[in-house]
Ligand binder design. Structure first.
Ligand code: NOJ
Length: 923
């Protein structure tokens, strides 16, 4: 139909046509019953033609058109698509909004009237066009990170943009904050506003050519680098022959790496030890100093069913701790691929830390029912474990995480729970650990240490510290480094137990308590005070809780295989890079979860397990990889990052400025996470000496330089400056005096054990390492001496808390804590019956005449315990004590006010020279 512009027209011709077309039959029938078209009589009058509130015409804004009809009771039918309205058309009820050129046609229908003529009006809408968006940064080539602000001069306009070269639509991202541009990117933007036509698309290409990071110096201790966590099955398939092994067929999904959306995430995907070996160059290029690999040991060989998660691809369903899993190595479960990895990694100065699940084997009641093999020989299953000294605990799943007995003796996730104090299990697990050490590993990540018998783990730590494979790299300086997983928050009832456990056993802990704050801040944009408060609590303690004695040994992380990646929890790429910046400059040994540098994430099921165990999809360079290279270079070259103190210098919700400091080494880090607001910084003080500092990261994170004035050592004023939004700046100064100790590995050991003292300013020539226990000071024999690292032998000195110093000439370092054991430790199960009735806040403790028993202290920190309470009136506590010693011990109740109700006299006990001891007494 030709448009009828500018007029309301009665469609007389069509009306006549329709009248003529009405069949005769209908005309007759209509006399009785009415007919289609609504007229009840051929002689009735016609309804009035509808009227439009807005005249047909051309407009520059959208119109709202009302339709009225003067005939009472009229129903108005209308169309907007150029067709003639009928009673099947839309019935008019509310004004019609006309935003584009439209013809409205309307007809009134009233009972007892012939239908009205059709009114028609065409509205030509010529909207003004929204202004084309403008970019704050001109297209071009840049050598630093850019932050592009997009503005639009049309009031109320929404800006939609893309960064992938496609044309923006209203489904594209909505602009709400400056866009960080760290890699070559084309931004396209369009403005949309009501009353306006969409703007033209603005486009700008930013070619980003960030400067390469400084070379990463070779390091001699893991603190100077970082650990990269790998789920072996999901990293790289280096050997396709082991994907579907004959001894455990059909647990493999070939779609894993190629089509994850179609794959079963609980099956093996093909990644293996050979795959890691083949990707070492990639890891080395990032400055990776160590890899933590998921447990490589032999898992169950059958499908455990949907209730249990199907397969042991993750490595935590061990059946044999002395063999390598056929999916990760070869069909004969040999160590060949493992050895090749360790050898190649060491050649690249990359340490290998093996995840070791000492708490549990594999699912009960499914799969292989908790099968346990000793290098191929079946020892037991869970159901057949009915001997007098069972291999497993046979308890329910833990349901009370505040109950020390449940946590250590009950079942975790339906997995057969090993009794580490069964003498066979004790020996077997330690043999397996020794086997790994003999195969050259540099340390361990012990799984679920909260759930493993705590007291037994003191003997495990001691066993590792005493291991003497002289030729193994595991005895190289700074090795073995051992850390464990105690999954907790710092508000948990058992948090103080974890601190005491780590301090006294020497088992470093994954810093789970800090982890929660990192997720809050970097994924959910919570305030930096969360991190700052947590660090204060962990490193300095509170009046009611103790602090970790060596915070730089805590193992920090913001992603892992058990929690959704932060990108699945709200972090974008810039937030990930800020998290990386924090992690690699915070105190502690950082662990970076594989794939974070490639922005790997899958948000199915909110990214929770198993969707956090993604197949590694690329090994290229990204801006995150570049950032890691910068920070690895910094960690390797400046001992303040590896070993220094960490002090907050300036903080608000979005800005965190903190300082690492050791001797004359200072690293000041400033993070502004606000997406659009630059922050004026005044009142900032630093250890940095006076001078002008450029950003160590060379503006690759949008940072800035600044100037320090003043003359004091610890409190020099920084000239006021502005910290750009979403930036990270790092300012660095280095020097090598005075002697300063950063870490001691291991930090709990017997006399005779070789330890590594790392730090700075020790001097080039041999100085002195002193151990002080109580009033006695004994010099240690040193076996290697360099400015940043000394190896020494723990001297013959009374056991207990020691203070270690390093002296060079007349200068002596401040003290570092160390725990001297009496001798090699073996676990003893001390049990007691007839325990007095206890108030809820009471703790049963144990004390005795040896350092390992608390040297007769009767305080919570000084004595051993708390003792677990398996049932009312009974206590059970495993304590690792010197083999072959004769000791005196007694139990006591520690009340919340610090008073004590004690056994009246000591018991005497002779510790066996090997194995596991048992001693039962009555209170
Ligand atoms: C903790 C590990 O990190 C987790 O992945 C595993 O499922 C449990 N331990 C049980 O072994």
């Amino acid at each position: 139909m030709a448009p009828r512009l500018g007029r309301t027209v009665m469609k007389t011709r069509e009306w006549i046509g329709r009248f003529v077309a009405v069949p005769l039959l209908c005309v007759t029938a209509a006399l009785m019953a009415g007919c289609g078209g609504g007229s009840s009589s051929s002689s009735s009058s016609q309804a009035a033609t509808p009227a439009f509130s807005v005249s047909a015409g051309t407009y520059t804004t959208p119109q709202s058109v009302k339709i009225t009809d003067t005939t009472a009771g009229a129903t108005i039918y209308y169309t907007t698509d150029g067709t003639t309205p009928t009673t099947s058309s839309a019935a008019y009820s509310t004004p019609i909004s006309v935003a584009t050129t439209t013809t409205i046609e309307a007809m009134a229908v009233v009972n007892g009237y012939t239908n009205s003529s059709v009114a028609s009006a065409t509205y030509t809408i010529n909207l003004a066009q929204a202004a084309t968006p403008a970019f704050s940064v001109s297209a071009g080539t840049y050598t630093s990170l850019q932050s592009v602000v997009i503005t639009d001069s049309t009031a109320g306009a929404t800006i939609y943009y893309t960064t992938d070269g496609t044309t923006p639509t209203t489904s594209s991202s909505t602009y709400d904050a400056p866009i960080p541009v760290a890699t070559t990117t084309t931004i396209k933007a369009m403005a949309v506003s009501s009353n306006y036509a969409s703007s033209n698309v603005a486009a700008a290409t930013y070619t980003i050519d960030l400067p390469a990071a400084p070379a990463i110096a070779s390091i001699s201790d893991i603190h100077q680098g970082f650990i990269y966590q790998i789920v072996t099955d999901r990293f790289f398939d280096g050997d396709t022959t082991n994907n579907n092994p004959t001894e455990s067929p059909d647990l493999y999904d070939s779609l894993g790496f190629t089509d994850p959306s179609a794959a079963n995430w609980n099956y093996y995907w093909g990644g293996d030890l050979a795959g890691i070996t083949q990707k070492l160059a990639y890891l080395q290029s990032m400055g990776v100093a160590g890899i933590w690999i998921s447990p490589p040991l032999a898992n169950i060989r059958v499908n455990a069913g949907s209730n249990n998660g199907y397969t042991g691809y993750h490595g935590y369903w061990t059946r044999d701790y002395k063999q390598i899993d056929e999916h990760f190595g070869d069909d004969s479960n040999s160590w060949t691929a493992f050895d090749a990895l360790v050898t190649a990694a060491h050649a690249d100065n990359i340490r290998v830390y093996v995840d070791f699940p000492a708490n549990d084997t594999n699912p009960t009641g499914a799969g292989e029912d908790g099968s346990l093999y000793d290098n191929g020989t079946l020892i037991t299953t869970y159901s057949t474990d009915t001997g007098a000294v069972p291999y497993y605990h046979h308890n329910a799943n833990v349901n009370d995480w505040t109950n020390r007995y449940q946590v250590q003796y009950y079942t975790l996730e339906g997995l057969a729970d090993l009794d580490q104090t069964n003498p066979w299990v004790d020996n077997y697990l330690k043999e397996a650990v020794r086997l790994l050490l003999a195969h050259g590993v540099d340390g361990f990540r012990f799984d679920a240490v909260k759930d493993v018998n705590w007291g037994w783990q003191y003997s495990l730590e001691n066993f590792i510290a005493n291991w003497n494979g002289a030729s193994s790299p595991a005895r190289a300086a700074g090795q073995p480094f051992v850390f464990g997983e105690w999954d907790e928050g710092s508000g948990d009832t058992l948090y103080p137990d974890s601190v005491k456990f780590s301090n006294n056993s020497g088992m470093n802990l994954l810093d789970y308590t800090l982890y929660w704050q990192l997720v809050d801040v970097f994924a959910s944009d919570k305030n930096f005070s969360e991190i700052d408060n947590e660090l204060t609590l962990e490193d300095s303690g509170t009046s009611s809780g103790q602090a970790f004695t060596q915070p730089n040994d805590l193992v920090t992380f913001f992603d892992n295989h058990d929690n959704a990646r932060i990108m699945s929890q709200g972090a974008d790429q810039m937030a990930v890079k800020q998290a990386i910046s924090f992690l690699l400059t915070c105190r502690g040994v950082p662990v970076l979860y594989y794939g974070d540098e490639q922005y790997l994430h899958n948000d199915t099921d909110s990214g929770d397990t198993p969707y956090n165990r993604n197949g590694m999809s690329s090994f290229g360079s990204t801006d995150a990889v570049l950032l890691i290279q910068y920070l690895a270079a910094l960690r390797a070259s400046n001992p303040a990052v590896a070993y220094g103190t960490m002090t907050q210098r300036w903080i608000n919700d979005d800005v965190y400025i903190y300082e690492r400091h050791l001797g004359a080494n200072v690293v000041l880090v400033a993070i502004n996470k606000n997406k659009s607001t630059d922050q004026a910084i005044s009142g900032l003080y630093t250890y940095l000496p006076p001078g002008t500092y450029s950003d160590y990261l060379a503006q690759t994170m949008g940072g800035t330089g600044m100037t320090v004035t003043g003359t004091t050592d610890s409190n020099n004023p920084v000239t006021n400056f502005t910290l750009p939004h979403r930036s990270v700046s790092v300012w660095v100064s280095s020097g090598s005096v005075p002697p300063s100790i950063g870490s001691i590995v291991p930090r709990v050991a017997n006399p005779g054990t070789t330890i590594t003292v790392s730090g700075t300013g020790f001097g080039a020539s041999t100085g002195t390492v002193n151990f002080t226990v109580g009033s006695a000071t004994v010099a240690a024999q040193t076996t290697q001496w360099s400015d940043g690292q000394v190896t020494a032998v723990v001297p013959e000195i009374a056991a207990g808390s020691a203070q270690v110093t390093v002296s060079q000439g007349t200068a002596t370092s401040s003290t570092a804590p160390f725990q001297v054991n009496t001798a090699a430790l073996i676990p003893v199960n001390f049990s007691v019956s007839s325990v007095p009735s206890l108030a809820t806040s009471d703790a049963v403790m144990l004390t005795g005449n040896l350092a390992e028993l608390g040297n007769e202290a009767t305080t919570w920190n000084g004595a051993v315990g708390p003792v677990t309470i398996p049932s009312t009136g009974n206590g059970l506590l495993t304590v690792s004590v010197p083999a072959g010693s004769t000791l005196q011990f007694k139990f006591f109740v520690l009340h919340s006010d610090g008073t004590v109700t004690s056994e009246t006299s000591y018991h005497s006990y002779s510790v066996p020279i090997s194995g596991v001891g048992t001693e039962a007494v009555t209170w």
